[in-house]
Write a new protein. Structure first.
Length: 115
């Protein structure tokens, strides 16, 4: 969606002489600006909830069906870091290949004609 919304920008950048790699770097930096604050907010909310659940035992279990009274919480920072790095890698891969092919196909002449 980011690429489709910015077809005019890509055409103008190509008209000004920008190479495909430069345009791709611009979009990757834009994705970083969207992704990093979202990860920070999501991680802070998730870790806060985990700490609250671990400290105050907010979710109770039925003593008849289970052998414990509350849901045990185990927080492993390494797992959180691996999940975040995997998410960043997947986001970059899913935008990198379509962006490469999409940017190459855009002709500056066609973009200017439609304006």
């Amino acid at each position: 969606m980011l690429l489709l919304e910015r077809i005019k920008t890509i055409g103008i950048l190509k008209t000004l002489g920008a190479k495909n790699q430069v345009i791709l770097k611009i979009f990757l930096l834009y994705i970083i600006q969207i992704l990093i604050p979202s990860l920070i907010i999501g991680n802070s909310i998730g870790i806060t909830l985990l700490v609250l659940l671990k400290k105050f035992h907010l979710i109770f279990l039925n003593k008849i069906q289970y052998f414990i009274d509350f849901v045990p919480i185990y927080i492993n920072i390494q797992h959180i870091i691996i999940i975040n790095l995997s998410l960043i890698f997947i986001c970059f891969i899913t935008i990198l290949f379509p962006a490469l092919f999409f940017i190459k196909k855009i002709s500056p002449i066609k973009v200017i004609e439609f304006e």
